[in-house]
Write a protein that binds this ligand. Structure first.
Ligand code: 5GP
Ligand code: MN
Length: 340
């Protein structure tokens, strides 16, 4: 299904009356997931369609200024309400993820639901959906969603709130338009958003100028005391213990962007943040150039993602064991995928 076929099908579907739509972002909501949920909720609401955002976990504070995001219903807090919304939904829209597996505890309820499943996403290897609007060339789901919203309702339908939300995803998924953003189309979308009322300064202030002292100290501690360079390969690991998160009063989103920092070291090509959570160890991979860290995450850490930004997890292992596993699989990864 091409993007334009998908948009045409979605437009026809949304033409029915009395619809109830549930919008779902991926687990560990980021700027692109929250921005796309906010903008799409705004569009559906403006079109008179009833919609709800349902999440498996909580949405970080730095994204809660986005319209409609504070009203999202979390499975962690209101499991019963989430199940009911999923059971009653006519349409479930999965935004910014390519598999229902990325919906955490919502997965079984989504799979069981009879609703029409719509995927709007930019990750490689998307799984089946009734309507699949997927394009791996775009910078972000928000860039793709611009085409979806304007394709269904026309360009003038887009409000300044939707423009701010879409720009949030484009900006955060590209590291402030630094990576994965070399297509002229991305800037045409940004130019359109500016014409439609995007306030770039407001978005930047909310996303980048809302630090807390505890967050800066947590990051400082990681960079000073925890960052470890692989003895033979251009790889950095950043292990973070649960105890450290608690000591620095960790809030969801506080570590956003930290894994990118070591890539600014000229001779480092891969950065891996390994974070201990209550029930599992979470890994975040970033790389420069043609080094496919999504393959590393997929083969060894039950994950996936993009060429230069991927993630995975380990259950039933200690933080030290996971760090060791990253080091132990480094030679395999570089010889298999980077020819070193
Ligand atoms: P992050 O490191 O910011 O959590 O994720 C980076 C990228 O990898 C995102 O595009 C995200 O969708 C993807 N990703 C993160 N964790 C996982 C995972 O567990 N499984 C898969 N398939 N992709 C992941
Ligand atoms: Mn994204």
């Amino acid at each position: 299904m091409s993007v334009s076929e998908g948009i045409a099908q979605l437009k026809a579907l949304l033409g029915k009356s009395g619809l109830r739509v549930v919008i779902i972002p991926h687990i560990s909501v980021d700027g692109d997931a929250a921005g796309s949920c906010s903008a799409f909720s705004g569009a559906l609401t403006k079109a008179g369609i009833k919609c709800y955002i349902v999440t498996c976990d909580s949405i970080p504070d730095y994204l809660r200024w986005l319209p409609h995001i504070p009203q999202a219903v979390s499975f962690q807090e209101k499991a019963g309400r989430c199940k009911q919304l999923l059971q009653e939904a006519d349409i479930i829209c999965m935004l910014d993820h390519n598999t229902v597996k990325r919906e955490g505890d919502l997965e079984p309820w989504v799979r069981e639901s009879k609703a029409v499943k719509v995927m709007i996403d930019h990750h490689p290897d998307p799984e089946e959906a009734d309507i699949r609007i997927s394009d791996t060339r775009v910078s972000s789901t928000c860039e793709l969603l611009f085409s979806v919203i304007t394709g269904i309702w026309g360009r003038e339908f887009l409000t300044p709130d939707m423009a701010n939300a879409l720009y949030t995803g484009i900006n955060t998924d590209t590291g402030g338009l630094s990576h994965n953003s070399s297509r002229p189309e991305t800037y045409r979308v940004v130019a359109d958003l500016l014409e439609l009322g995007l306030d770039k300064e407001v978005v930047h202030r909310y996303i980048y100028e809302t630090n807390k002292l505890s967050r800066l100290r947590l990051i400082g501690n990681i960079l000073l005391n925890k960052l470890t360079v692989h003895p033979e390969y251009p790889v950095v690991v950043l292990p973070v213990t649960l105890q450290e998160l608690e000591a620095y009063n960790y809030q969801e989103g506080d570590l956003e962007g930290v894994v990118n920092i070591p890539l600014s070291i000229e001779e480092i090509y891969v950065s891996v943040q390994i974070t201990q959570r209550k029930e599992r160890i979470k890994l975040s991979f970033r790389s420069k150039g043609a080094i496919p860290v999504n393959e590393w995450a997929r083969v060894h850490f039950n994950g996936g993602g993009h060429l230069n930004a991927a993630g995975g997890q380990c259950e039933g292992a200690t933080l030290e064991e996971v760090v060791q596993k990253v080091f132990d699989t480094t030679a395999w990864f570089f010889s298999t995928y980077a020819g070193i």
